[in-house]
Design a protein around this ligand. Structure first.
Ligand code: ZN
Length: 218
């Protein structure tokens, strides 16, 4: 059954796949992108270009003022971006304090205001070790709260909560999605760096599917 759905859409692979899954399921989709003071806005641009091209309802909200409160992550502050493998020791500097709770909270407010029933986001199993706000226990409790925080209950839906990034890519490729319309690299240069943890994880996902990443690399 078609529902009105808000999708938190960063411009990265995971949320791109979630967005398209919601569309292919026949939902009326409202994509929502946050600019929270990431070091670069390339992902946000990619998200905007894609939605414009596809005629998807899209809002970009600048919440970068909150960076004054939640600095200290290498994604939002002037701290070196980690290179090498996407693992806990390496990636902990990319944790933005309370990010998903903040973003979900705003997305839930948006959903209530436009009379949507669900908020979808791309939490997945590969992030459980590094990001506490991508874990099932977090999603479950946010869901409990989203159902009672307003007169209108909102459901939080995470279609890839327990699967890996490789599985998300596999699902997206089976849906016929083109990943040239996504951005993953933590560095916002013209081409992806191929060296940062995010690039390495992305390249490993393509390798796992026996596919070549359509993005250009330095
Ligand atoms: Zn990179």
């Amino acid at each position: 059954m078609s529902k009105k759905v808000v999708v938190i859409y960063s411009g990265g692979m995971d949320s791109y796949t979630v967005l398209n899954k919601a569309i292919q399921q026949g939902h009326e989709v409202y994509a929502l992108t946050f600019n929270y003071g990431q070091r670069h806005v390339k992902e946000v641009q990619v998200a905007s270009d894609y939605c414009q091209r596809q005629g998807i309802n899209h809002k970009v909200v600048d919440i970068s003022a909150i960076n004054e409160l939640i600095g200290g992550s290498s994604l939002t502050s002037d701290i070196a971006i980690p290179e090498g493998d996407y693992d806990k020791a390496n990636m902990t500097s990319t944790v933005v304090p309370n990010r998903n709770m903040i973003l979900l909270s705003m997305a839930i407010g948006y959903a209530v205001s436009i009379k949507a029933e669900q908020v979808m986001y791309g939490a997945h199993g590969g992030d459980h070790d590094i990001y506490p706000d991508c874990r099932p226990e977090f999603v479950k409790r946010m869901n409990d709260v989203a159902l009672i925080a307003n007169y209108e209950p909102i459901e939080i839906v995470t279609p890839y909560l327990t699967v890996s990034k490789n599985d998300i890519l596999q699902d997206g490729l089976s849906m016929g999605l083109d990943y040239q319309y996504t951005w993953t690299c933590y560095n916002g240069r013209e081409k992806a760096c191929g060296q940062c943890g995010a690039c390495k994880e992305r390249l490993a996902a393509f390798a796992s599917q026996g596919k070549t990443d359509p993005l250009a690399y330095e």
